[in-house]
Unconditional design. Structure first.
Length: 80
């Protein structure tokens, strides 16, 4: 079995979740740096942003609350 490339940490908070990682393959002389993963998410009808924090809850609007196609990722309908 090969050695792991990344060490990953997940924070499952009561209001938000976050994912952090360290690249273990960086050389021993390199400074090891922790980084946070940006997660694409719907932030408004038809708008997607990559944010560090993911809400720990899910909002499911009534089908008539938002215009058609604004509560999914752009291009999701064309993927089949």
């Amino acid at each position: 079995m090969s050695e792991a490339r990344y060490a990953v940490g997940v924070d499952l908070g009561t209001t938000h979740c976050a994912l952090s990682y360290v690249d273990l393959a960086s050389g021993k002389d390199d400074e090891i740096a922790q980084a946070m993963l940006r997660l694409p998410q719907l932030t408004a009808p038809g708008a997607v942003e990559e944010l560090f924090l993911l809400p720990s809850f899910l909002y499911l609007p009534h089908p008539t609350s938002l215009p058609p196609g604004t509560s999914c990722f752009p291009g999701a309908a064309s993927r089949g």
